[in-house]
Ligand binder design. Structure first.
Ligand code: SF4
Length: 375
């Protein structure tokens, strides 16, 4: 069982916090889709297991693809791989794209899951983020999608900006819950250097994120969502039973995936590779014979161990001692057992049978704890 990720690197506007790869010029969209089709042909043997359980259109803004463009990509994947009948097929969408026609089109394409980037219900904050939609558009897009029969919907929320405070965060969460979606992904705002916010921070036009406030908002979110039947199954992800993201859960479990399009990453169990993050160069190289459009890194045992620790610790499935023993040399596992005892005493990690998971207190320190447990 494997997954396929397709990166669609186009957006209408550049959100001020975003450091994903995208272009706001749609000029090359047709040529880029053709190049993705060629890449599928060229990399048809990348995955040792061609049974596909999940397909994920991410970006960028994949909802900018025309019906024909989405169709051509899916048609090629269906032709060259064995896509399971109950495959999860996700498309990330911006609320302003989800009109009735677009939703009908996504139904026709048999997209099974929508990931809607709402980010905030506060218009002032949406303008500050440079989002292309209003709060009203966000809400109505989700309702329209539900009316059109989409049940498996996830929404994205961002917290921790200068607009968030404990009072309005509670009402944001209430509003998110009232939308009746079965999945919510929520991220603490981070200010990356190469973004508009990063630039403003450097020039002292913005303040740094108040991490103490963010921690308070994070704990409030866990409490609120768990009381409303959401399972906190990964640090940034909450879902009702039966609606965990299969695609992302597979990433965290080390399932192999093929990443297509500029900047997309792939993983085959032994190595990672990532495509060039530049639309023109990607198109040029894909269409050259023997064009070199990606870089590849073979993972050492230590890197695989550290990745497993980092990703597993963030999930409800936690770190499995048996998995460590089976897959890594004994000195890594022994080092882990020694190190982890400190966190068990500190009550940031809970050990149950042979599984280690973060406690509530530990969730606030997830990345720091993981790095202390690295080989
Ligand atoms: S729409 Fe998404 S990918 Fe595009 S700039 Fe905004 S956050 Fe980034």
């Amino acid at each position: 069982m494997s997954g396929i990720y397709i990166h669609i690197p186009f957006c209408k506007k550049a959100c001020h916090y975003c450091d994903f790869y995208f272009s706001t010029s749609l000029r090359n969209k047709g040529a880029l889709v053709n190049s993705i089709l060629s890449e599928i042909d060229q990399r048809v043997n990348y995955l040792s297991d061609k049974s596909i359980q999940t397909i994920y259109f991410g970006g960028g803004t994949p909802s900018l693809l025309s019906e024909k463009e989405t169709f051509l990509i899916l048609e090629k994947i269906y032709k060259l791989f064995r896509v399971s009948n109950d495959a999860e097929i996700t498309m990330e969408c911006n609320p302003d794209d989800l009109n009735t026609e677009k939703l009908k089109e996504l139904k026709r394409q048999e997209i099974t899951r929508l990931s809607v980037g709402l980010q905030s219900f506060n218009d002032e904050e949406l303008i500050w983020m440079n989002r292309a939609h209003t709060a009203q558009e966000s809400e109505s897009s989700v309702k329209r999608a539900q009316d059109k029969g989409f049940e498996n919907i996830t929404i994205d929320l961002i917290y921790g900006s200068k607009f968030s405070n404990p009072t309005n965060w509670k009402s944001t969460l209430n509003k998110a819950i009232s939308l009746n979606v079965p999945h919510i992904s929520s991220y603490n705002l981070t200010i990356e250097d190469k973004t508009k916010l990063g630039h403003d921070l450097k020039n002292k036009k913005e303040n740094a994120i108040d991490e103490e406030k963010s921690s308070e908002l994070f704990l409030e979110m866990i409490d609120r969502l768990e009381k409303n039947d959401f399972v906190h199954y990964e640090i940034s992800n909450f879902a009702k039973e039966g609606f965990f993201s299969q695609h992302n859960s597979n990433y965290w479990r080390g399932v192999h995936y093929l990443g297509l399009g500029p900047s997309a990453h792939s993983f085959d169990g032994e190595s990672r590779q990532w495509n060039v993050a530049n639309n023109s160069l990607y198109i040029k190289k894909i269409n050259e014979q023997h064009g070199h459009y990606f870089e590849r890194e073979v993972l050492t045992e230590k890197e695989r161990f550290n990745e497993y620790v980092l990703t597993s610790l963030r999930t409800i499935w936690g770190i499995e001692l048996d998995y460590l023993k089976k897959n890594f040399r004994s000195e890594f596992t022994e080092g882990f057992i020694t190190q982890v005892s400190h966190f068990i005493k500190q009550e940031t990690i809970l050990k149950k049978d042979s599984t280690y998971t973060l406690t509530e207190k530990g969730k606030l320190l997830a990345d720091k704890i993981a790095s202390d447990l690295f080989a």
